[in-house]
Design a protein around this ligand. Structure first.
Ligand code: VGL
Ligand code: ZN
Length: 197
């Protein structure tokens, strides 16, 4: 990794927020396990002067995706609440570019590109390749990855830095296969059980 990244690369951390972590309102099982892994990627990109972007789910209190409004999810990541915050353990650099999404009541947005300035920000920074980690694999990570590919970015999914909700067992694995089939690279790949520091 150290040698492979350089100008044109950016790290995109998707929705690592308290409500998606164990104890949160829409907890991804084992979601907290990716934080130290992400911290190593963040440190590496930051040290190389490469952009670090963090997306966040940033809903109004009556968002259409909430059960009380007829949606599929318990209320989560309400803008400005504790649950919407990034965990203190996630070491985002001061220079991080924060992208808030799904901020309007009537619009769901799993993708960090949907209704945001993410593409413009990336183009302005000269980014061509995205390294993506975060939560949850089959929802906001997958949508962000597929949208990135559609918009012409190369995309690498950091398989050791994502976790799935797996409402149906296998959802996360299926999503990874779909991302790969659409042109994303999975890194580290299946054959590698571990990753060097
Ligand atoms: C997400 C469900 C609802 C996600 C966001 O970040 O993957 N999942 N809202
Ligand atoms: Zn949401």
């Amino acid at each position: 990794m150290e040698e492979t990244i350089g100008p044109g690369d950016a790290l995109v951390v998707v929705d690592v927020q308290k409500d998606f972590l164990p104890g949160g309102r829409l907890a991804v099982p084992g979601g907290d396990a990716i934080i130290p892994v992400l911290n190593r990627y963040i440190e590496l990109f930051h040290r190389k002067g490469l952009p670090v972007i963090a997306t966040r789910d940033w809903h109004p209190p009556n968002h259409c995706s909430f059960k009380e409004e007829g949606g599929p999810w318990p209320s989560h990541c309400v803008a400005g609440t504790e649950g919407a915050r990034f965990p203190e353990s996630l070491r985002l650099p001061e220079s991080v570019c924060i992208i808030s999404k799904a901020t309007r009541k009537d619009c769901e947005a799993y993708s960090g590109f949907e209704g945001t300035s993410l593409e413009e920000e990336l183009r302005a920074l000269g980014v061509r390749r995205l390294f993506v980690g975060g939560l949850a694999t089959e929802y906001c990570v997958a949508r962000t990855v597929l949208d990135g590919l559609e918009r012409g970015f190369e995309v690498v999914v950091l398989t050791d830095a994502v976790r799935s909700l797996d409402a149906h067992p296998g959802d996360g694995e299926k999503a990874l296969k779909q991302m790969q089939a659409r042109g994303a690279s999975l890194w580290p790949g299946k054959d590698k059980a571990t990753r060097e520091g």
